[in-house]
Ligand binder design. Sequence first.
Ligand code: ADP
Length: 243
Amino acid sequence: MLDSVKHVILVLSGKGGVGKSTVSVQLALGLKNKGFKVGLLDIDLCGPSIPHLLNIENLDVHQCPEGWVPVYTDSSQSLAVMSIGFLLNNKNDAVIWRGPKKTAMIRQFINDVCWKDVDYLIIDTPPGTSDEHITVMECLKEVQCDGAVLVTTPQAVSIEDVRKEITFCKKTNIKIIGLIENMSGYTCPHCKECSNIFSSGGGKSLAEYASIPYLGELPIVPNKEDILGLDSMQSILTRLTTH
Ligand code: ADP
């Protein structure tokens, strides 16, 4: 039930492993720290990593008369999380489903979860443009979706694939809030010199070329918790809440 959700933001990437789930989690935590009530929906049915990233793998989803109660990360109930990871008997179970079953599950995640009074619902999607993306777009037709945040790494192969996400957004009429270049350089904790391990500037160039907003870059950090403290992350959060 999205009736009481004020903003919906999709997080998309062309490739897996570029940090889409990490960015989704950090965006959700950052918005929570700013005092918003946040929902985080993981529709990566075959590779759900949100419960692991938030260290809440052992928590369970409950039923209430209205539907499913999401998992809350703490007693303040300001971050609600839903993922298929909470529904598997064993975290190593593989979800081997064809399109219609995936579609039904995502519809349930959107329509049957009590997303009560959520200011921002962040939806972490699987890589690519497949059943999950098409279904979520259909479900969001009736609600106001703010748009999509695209995540890439600086490597050419990831940049190439994010172009397909841009095409997907244009074809399905999703507004692109902007592009984040993740794992963009590494700052040595000793000498503070930044090394662009892969390459640099690809995300910004693509954003300029495709005429979409560039939200900024997030470096490689040994502790993901440090991402929230970065100036670039704070400016991304400001862009999300004021776009
Ligand atoms: P995706 O959702 O795109 O498949 P993940 O968020 O699961 O990617 O990230 C893939 C791996 O990269 C994870 O091990 C994650 O901890 C790591 N990672 C992501 N972003 C960063 C970063 N900025 N710095 C360091 N490690 C990162």
